[in-house]
Design a protein around this ligand. Structure first.
Ligand SMILES: Nc1nc2c(ncn2[C@@H]2O[C@H](COP(=O)(O)OP(=O)(O)OP(=O)(O)O)[C@@H](O)[C@H]2O)c(=O)[nH]1
Ligand SMILES: [Mg+2]
Length: 213
C-alpha cells in the first residue's frame, strides 16, 4: 500500500463526495434535506480549492487560474460518515471586475437571496486572502449577514486562505491581526498544505449539530 499524502492526515476521511448540480437561482436548489454549509469570497480567493481539500477530491470543485470561473450556486453532497451528510455550496466569487456589469449585477441578488432564504444553511465560511485580509466586498457581505440572517440560524466564520504564501514567521501575526478586527471566528487555511482542514471540519460538524439540536 502506498502511504497517504500528509494532508489526508489533517482531519477526517470523507466517505463519499459528489457534485449534485449547479443552479442559477435559489428556487432551483435541491430540497433542504440536510445541513448545508456555504463558502463565499472574492474571485480567486480559493473557494473551489478549499472545497476540494475538505472533500478530499482533487478536481470535484472546478478551480481555475481564470478568476470568475464559478458563476452558479454549485451544490455538493458530502458523506463524512454513515449518519453525517452535508450539502456544501460553492458560491460565485464576487468583486471580479472583468466580467460584464450585467453579469455581476446578476450574481449579487442570487447570493443574497440564497443566504437570506435557504432554511438548511447552518454556516457560512467567508474566505479572504490571508495576505490581503478583509476587503470592502467582504465587509459588505458580513454586514449583509448581520442584518438579514439571525446568528442562531447560520454562523459566519472567516477563513484566511493561501496561508502557505506567507512566510512561516509571519503567519501567526497575520492571523492575530485578523482576529483582532473580525467580529467572527477566524481560521487559517491552505489548500496546498492542508493546514486548517481539521479545524474547519470541526466547525462544520459543530454548526450542523447546533441546528439539529
Ligand atoms: N498557494 C496556494 N494557491 C492556492 C490556494 N488555494 C487556491 N490557490 C490557487 O488560487 C487560484 C484560484 O483558486 P480557486 O480555488 O479556483 O478560487 P475560487 O475562489 O474558487 O475562484 P472563483 O471560482 O473564480 O471565484 C488557483 O490557481 C489555485 O490553485 C492555496 O491555499 N495556496
Ligand atoms: Mg471557484
Amino acid at each position: 500500500m502506498s502511504s497517504a499524502p500528509a494532508k489526508d492526515l489533517l482531519g477526517p476521511m470523507v466517505l463519499d463526495a459528489t457534485f449534485v448540480l449547479g443552479v442559477p437561482a435559489v428556487a432551483k436548489m435541491p430540497p433542504p434535506a440536510m445541513p448545508e454549509i456555504a463558502f463565499a469570497g472574492r474571485s480567486n480567493v480559493g473557494k473551489s480549492s478549499l472545497l476540494n481539500t475538505l472533500m478530499q477530491r482533487k478536481g470535484l470543485a472546478r478551480t481555475s487560474r481564470t478568476p470568475g470561473c464559478t458563476r452558479q450556486l454549485n451544490v455538493f453532497e458530502v458523506k463524512l460518515s454513515a449518519d453525517q451528510l452535508f450539502h456544501f455550496v460553492d458560491l460565485p466569487g464576487y468583486g471580479y471586475a472583468k466580467v460584464s456589469k450585467a453579469e455581476r449585477i446578476g450574481w449579487g441578488p442570487m447570493i443574497e437571496d440564497y443566504l437570506r432564504e435557504r432554511p438548511s444553511l447552518k454556516a457560512l465560511f467567508l474566505l479572504v486572502d490571508a495576505r490581503r485580509g478583509v476587503e470592502e466586498d467582504d465587509l459588505q457581505l458580513l454586514d449583509f449577514m448581520e442584518g438579514s440572517r439571525p446568528k442562531e440560524t447560520c454562523r459566519v466564520h472567516l477563513v484566511a486562505t493561501k496561508l502557505d504564501k506567507i512566510v512561516r514567521a509571519k503567519q501567526k501575526p497575520a492571523l492575530e491581526a485578523l482576529k483582532v478586527m473580525a467580529k467572527v471566528p477566524v481560521i487559517g487555511f491552505s489548500s496546498e498544505t492542508g493546514h486548517g482542514r481539521d479545524e474547519l471540519w470541526g466547525r462544520i460538524e459543530k454548526a450542523a449539530r447546533h441546528v439539529e439540536a
